[in-house]
Design a protein around this ligand. Structure first.
Ligand code: NCD
Length: 495
């Protein structure tokens, strides 16, 4: 299978650095004098390549910057003008669409309202697939543009930073992520990357209901060792414009506080960690986002949404903050910042071209930037994918769509051995089953932590006893025995 970019996890930190080094080279060669962020002209680096763009949701920047990037590399572009005008409107599945389009193009960029749609595309296409946004899930290429913009900013701030790696540049960075952190896919991919590079992240949701979703907070803690620290646990002298700060300590912290379906973690800092946070007073970057109205329940009422303008930036922690925004903006970002050198969102959008040129060159194997054939993430957790038991609860997950169910079965990663937690392999939503059973005998039990006793092909998880009974399973009668007669299974297979 060719390498794809579906989630930001698909690239290692070193691979991201290598893609950026390539983008630097393109800018050095192609930027006009005085505009080092802009690509002009056309090269012949990908003359025999064709990009297909499949956009089932509105887009300006992402789609046009991908198309521009491919044209500037010397390649060509084909696209379905609108998802509703392609065969999906006739009921064609995603898997079929990409298995046709991969015959016409060397690379597919897809944007889709269903979470996990890009994963399906990558699983079925014979060419690399790039996720240009899948519902509220992820938008990894926007994150690459954001990281590149942050890297430029940190380098410009101090001449001594000129040759520093992204990790060295970002672990000194304090960044506020503001607005709709619940539904905004750009901030989901971004917060994972920031955690990986060790930045200090301050979430400023527009209201409690717009805070990071549970599955994002769990992934931050479990996959990146990144935890919220409450104001009361911060060292004296550190001032925060919010209640919590997300912090990635150097040493892994124990996850003994995991509860089924509930995450209740706040990190208590060691003395050394406290010292490292002592200096926090100013925010380096303020990342604003719009309210994702299209992903919000229609009946959830009106919202007081924060507005970032010159007046807002007069507050103490923000006086020197650079302001970023993935755009489009609506009312949350004042036009008065456009004339202010702190507002760098149009440059951020301009970097979309060199960064996407570099990304496509890497994925098409026209420039060496990726370490190997496999993504860094593959095979990390055991996979559970049996039909007849638990399914993803996220209604917007691609695995919950009736049309896609013709060929698709639920696929989940088993994340926790003790409080068994299943993470959907498409949309990353998590749940903790309370019951497990055997497909062969239909006898269920509640000691889910013993799931390895059942052969992978025979194992079924259920949300609870009611769900198991509804599926025709009955409680297993436990008899007192000296020996457990059942042979221990191999458990679920690695991916
Ligand atoms: C974002 C998106 O589509 O998620 N736009 C973009 O690609 N730059 C942000 C948004 O729509 O709010």
């Amino acid at each position: 299978m060719p390498r794809s970019l579906v989630t930001i996890d698909d690239f290692s930190n070193a691979e991201i650095e290598a893609v950026f080094a390539l983008a630097d080279r393109f800018l050095t060669e192609m930027a006009p004098p005085g505009k080092p962020w802009l690509i002009r002209g056309r090269k012949s680096w990908a003359t025999d390549k064709i990009l297909a763009t499949l956009f089932y949701e509105p887009s300006t920047r992402t789609r046009l910057s991908f198309e521009s990037a491919m044209l500037r590399l010397g390649g060509g572009v084909i696209s379905a003008p609108d998802g509703n005008l392609s065969s999906s409107a006739k009921g064609e599945t995603l898997a079929d669409t990409v298995r046709v389009v991969d015959k016409y193009a060397d690379l597919i960029v897809i944007r889709h309202p269903w979470e996990g749609a890009a994963r399906i595309a990558a699983d079925f296409a014979d060419v690399p697939v790039i996720n240009a946004g899948d519902g509220a899930h992820e938008h990894p290429t926007q994150t690459l543009c954001d990281l590149y913009t942050l890297r430029v900013g940190q380098r410009e701030k101090n001449p001594q930073n000129a040759d520093k790696s992204l990790k060295d540049l970002l672990h000194d960075l304090t960044i506020v992520l503001c607005g709709d952190l619940q539904h905004g896919r750009t901030v989901h991919s971004l917060v994972f990357a920031l955690a990986r590079f060790g930045a200090r992240i301050i979430p400023l949701p527009a209201a409690d209901e717009f805070d990071f979703p549970e599955h994002v907070r769990r992934r931050l803690a479990r996959d990146y060792n990144c935890f919220p620290v409450g104001k009361k646990d911060l060292p004296e002298g550190a001032t925060l414009p919010a209640d919590v700060l997300y912090f990635t300590p150097e040493k892994p912290h124990q996850l003994s506080l995991w509860q089924p379906d509930r995450l209740d973690i706040s990190l208590r800092l060691t003395k050394k960690e406290q010292r490292s946070l002592k200096g926090i007073k100013d925010v380096d970057v303020f990342y604003a986002t719009r309210l994702q109205l299209e992903r919000k329940d229609a009946d959830s009422g009106t919202v007081e949404y924060p507005i970032v303008d010159s007046q807002f930036l007069k507050q103490k922690p923000y006086r020197h903050s650079r302001v970023m925004h993935p755009l489009p903006r609506v009312d949350e970002l004042g036009y008065d910042i456009d004339r202010d050198s702190r507002g760098i969102y149009f440059q951020q959008a301009a970097y979309g071209v060199p960064v996407r040129m570099a990304l496509m060159m890497a994925l098409m194997e026209l420039a060496p930037a990726l370490e190997g054939a496999e993504s860094a993430k593959a095979g990390k957790y055991p996979v559970y994918q049996n039909v007849g038991g638990i399914e993803c609860r996220n209604r917007n997950c691609v695995s919950a769509q009736p049309g896609e169910r013709r060929y698709l079965q639920p696929r989940m990663h088993i994340m926790e051995e003790f409080h068994v937690t299943l993470r959907c392999a498409y949309c990353d939503h998590e749940q903790s089953p309370l019951v497990m059973s055997r497909a062969s005998t239909k006898k269920y039990r509640t000691d889910v932590e013993s799931w390895r006793e059942i052969r992978a092909e025979d194992l079924l998880f259920f949300a609870d006893e009611t769900a198991a009974r509804q599926a025709g399973h009955e409680p297993r009668k436990t008899r007192v025995r000296h020996h457990e007669p059942e042979a221990a299974g191999t458990g679920a297979s690695p991916r």
